[in-house]
Design a protein around this ligand. Structure first.
Ligand SMILES: Cc1cc2nc3c(=O)[nH]c(=O)nc-3n(C[C@H](O)[C@H](O)[C@H](O)COP(=O)(O)OP(=O)(O)OC[C@H]3O[C@@H](n4cnc5c(N)ncnc54)[C@H](O)[C@@H]3O)c2cc1C
Length: 385
């Protein structure tokens, strides 16, 4: 497909965030939008993610954003015209000591205040939810049945197709190699396939965001760390419906895929900052050991695949989203750590509201990219893996 040489908006990054922004901008009536993806859609972190979607955060902004996201996940088939395997199987946080129980009780109170129906349950109740669970040493668990998961592959295609239907042009294998700025205004984006004249750029390049920022002289602390995921062969259908999480076991998270029936998940082994995403034997051993401590039956499940991907991390584990003041019409939405997939529907909607209306219905200010410069870090986002 021949590339346009002029556009009103150029979004750099064809992951779930760039595509959700493109779709939402077009939905609010913006025209002439281009998405550039240097590889194929989803090839960054999005296709490598663990598919989890939760509202169980420990701060008001993430809870509100995720509550909105879950509303949008619930009606995604209607909105985007494609089933993305969204299943509300819940999230089950396993709690093994008094400190964890105290912290999660506080989180649950906050979540309840904003309408998320999470609660603290007993080990017996946890075992009813996941009969294969090893409850030895378990004091209690935090449970929310409206959390869930979805298929990242289908979601990317659903957003891309819906955006295209609204007139968005998406160019794969098209790398933004430079951004030309003159007197604080964007002039053009230079790609391996030619130039696109534009006044507005949205940096949705996640793990690579800092490379684009450098092109325009902006410095925001977002660094790529290698995290890994694992998938087993299918086990009996419906065995592990929720995402099961244990910080006691080094941040493991695991769930059964809705469609294919394998277990997917990971744990908190990380390397970096690095652009290397080669999977490691250390991860394979570590994840197998920890999974089988929590779900002993998984000892007998064969691993069919491990893979590496980025958590694009900021110092407080929350993304940097917003307008960059020094350059007219330069926006960033990157640094989503281990929770960008789940947040994407609300982030896309809020960024579009911000650009079109100049205000947002949910607290986007929380992700202010200038907070690092001011030394105003947010509380560390609850993060597994
Ligand atoms: C092992 C693992 C498990 C995870 N589990 C979960 C989970 O359970 N739930 C959850 O919500 N999140 C999870 N995440 C995090 C989630 O994957 C990310 O937060 C999310 O995918 C970020 O989406 P994105 O669109 O910002 O980034 P990406 O998907 O990385 O997209 C950015 C895109 O930009 C492109 N790009 C970069 N530079 C350029 C350029 N110069 N020109 C053109 N294109 C460019 C890249 O090729 C890439 O496709 C997990 C991540 C990993 C690695």
């Amino acid at each position: 497909m021949k590339m346009k040489n002029k556009a009103k908006t150029v979004i750099i990054g064809g992951g779930i965030i760039g595509l959700s922004i493109a779709y939402n901008l077009a939905k609010l009536g913006a025209e002439d939008i281009v998405v550039l993806e240097k590889n194929y859609l989803g090839s960054g972190s999005t296709f490598r993610c663990g598919s989890g979607i939760r509202q169980q955060f420990g701060d008001e902004a993430n809870i509100k954003m995720m509550k909105r996201s879950v509303e949008l996940w619930s009606r995604m088939e209607e909105d985007l015209g494609m089933d993305v395997d969204f299943r509300q199987g819940g999230y089950l946080f396993l709690l093994y000591d008094e400190d964890e129980v105290r912290d999660f009780k506080k989180n649950v109170e906050l979540q309840n205040r904003f309408g998320v129906p999470s609660r603290i349950i007993t080990p017996e109740e946890a075992k009813e939810i996941v009969p294969l669970l090893n409850t030895e040493g378990l004091l209690s668990a935090a449970w929310n049945h409206t959390d869930g998961k979805a298929n990242p592959f289908k979601t990317v295609f659903a957003y891309a197709n819906a955006a295209k239907r609204l007139g968005v042009d998406i160019y794969e294998y098209t790398e933004a190699q430079n951004i030309k700025v003159e007197n604080g205004s964007i002039k053009e984006v230079i790609t391996n396939r030619g130039k696109i004249e534009t006044r507005r750029v949205i940096n949705a390049a996640n793990g690579w965001a800092k490379i684009l920022n450098k092109m325009v002289g902006v410095d925001i602390p977002i660094e790529p760390y290698k995290h890994q995921g694992v998938k087993t062969e299918p086990i009996k259908d419906g065995e592990i419906k929720p995402m099961v999480v244990s910080f006691k076991h080094d941040g493991i998270y695991l769930t059964q895929e809705a469609e294919q029936g394998g277990i997917i998940g990971g744990y908190g082994l990380k390397y970096g900052p690095t652009f290397d995403i080669t999977p490691t034997y250390e991860f394979l051993r570590g994840v197998s050991y920890r999974f089988s401590q929590v779900i002993p039956a998984l000892k007998y499940a064969n691993v069919i695949r491990i893979w590496g991907g980025y958590y694009a991390e900021t110092p407080d584990g929350n993304a940097a989203i917003g307008r960059i003041k020094e350059i007219d019409e330069y926006y960033i939405a990157a640094g989503f750590s281990g929770h960008g997939f789940m947040l994407a529907p609300a982030v896309g909607e809020m960024v579009a509201e911000d650009i079109i209306y100049g205000k947002t219905s949910k607290p986007l200010w929380f992700y202010d990219p200038y907070r690092f410069q001011r030394g105003e870090l947010r509380g560390k986002a609850i993060q597994m893996g």
